[in-house]
Design a binder for this molecule. Structure first.
Ligand SMILES: [Fe+2]
Length: 315
């Protein structure tokens, strides 16, 4: 079998709980060059992609969701190279089995050196973003495994346990999906961020909910990303979900964020019940189509009037 990763058991000890970085060889598959990416874009149906535009208005960066508008795969790549765009393609298993097979093989090799980790990994998705794009300070709900393949980006990571940079109430709102994953941020915090320069061929995973931001530095940025939960990560999710529900819906002020013990298990049961009954559903946010890629000026977008905007259905 082709060796896709350079990771020893020793270096993988903190996989699932800490920051782990290592070299990988996904690019050697040839699947991440422009022509292959263009093919992948063309065969990805609407419900499996999300294209986002970033725009600075005053002090605020606005993220909006759009549509390819019939552009060819090649044109979409050109638009990302020149614009301020960020594309996420999903559904490898259904749409592009060659990518699915490659990532299954890569993760099988990760599993070999992480026998201590039980994961429940989601399918991988592909991210393609503009050379000068940024991803604002945010936190992700599951643990993330990021395989960087092309371009350069600077990754700033903060401690998930720091209550100044990530207050419990903020994480709860993210977990309840009541807020965008972008959260309050202060430029001063950059001083104590861990900085990781992601060069092509670097793979990394970091502690669950570790807040981070990303500045692309050079070239078209291409990465594959997968999400995963370990049993401990699932309990943390359950505890914060339940705490958020108690704080926002029942007027309580839960303090404990322990993920072990009877209370933690009771909170996980509450989280499951709330989710099942869809008690928080009405506050969850929708993804709204608000622009089309411009076929005449590649890299530009055509904004939709309010009355033409509509929800984007994703699978
Ligand atoms: Fe993220």
């Amino acid at each position: 079998m082709t060796q896709l990763i350079d990771l020893s058991k020793e270096d993988a000890k903190e996989y699932g709980t800490g920051l782990v970085t290592f070299q990988h060889h996904l690019r050697e598959s040839g699947l991440f060059e422009d022509d292959k990416l263009a093919e992948l874009i063309e065969k990805t149906p609407r419900e499996f992609y999300m294209i986002t535009h970033m725009n600075v208005e005053g002090k605020k960066t606005i993220w909006r969701n759009g549509d390819f508008n019939g552009l060819s795969g090649k044109q979409v790549i050109e638009a990302i190279k020149t614009g301020q765009l960020w594309l996420c393609l999903r559904g490898f298993e259904q749409v592009a089995p060659e990518y699915h097979t490659l990532m299954e093989a890569a993760f099988a090799q990760v599993d070999e050196v992480t026998p201590h980790v039980k994961t429940n990994r989601s399918q991988s998705h592909l991210l393609i973003s503009s050379p000068n794009a940024s991803v604002l300070y945010h936190t992700d709900i599951p643990i993330i495994h990021h395989w960087h393949i092309r371009g350069k980006k600077r990754f700033y990571l903060w401690e998930e346990t720091n209550k100044t940079t990530l207050p419990d109430s903020t994480l709860e709102k993210v977990i309840l999906r009541e807020t965008e994953e972008e959260i309050p941020y202060d430029k001063q915090w950059d001083k104590f961020a861990k900085i990781i320069d992601l060069e092509p061929g670097i793979s990394c995973t970091w502690p669950q909910n570790g807040p981070h931001k990303v500045d692309n530095l050079d070239g078209l940025n291409v990465s594959v990303v997968a999400e995963y939960f370990t049993p401990q990560a699932k309990r943390k999710y359950g505890v914060y979900y339940a705490n958020g529900y108690m704080r926002n819906y029942l007027g309580m002020s839960p303090k404990s964020t322990k993920t072990e013990g009877l209370t933690a298990y009771a909170k996980c049961a509450l989280a499951l019940a709330v989710k099942k009954l869809k008690l928080t559903k009405s506050k969850e946010r929708d993804m709204i189509l608000s622009f089309y890629l411009d076929p005449k000026n590649i890299g530009n977008i055509i904004n939709l009037k309010n009355e033409d905007q509509k929800p984007i259905i994703q699978l």
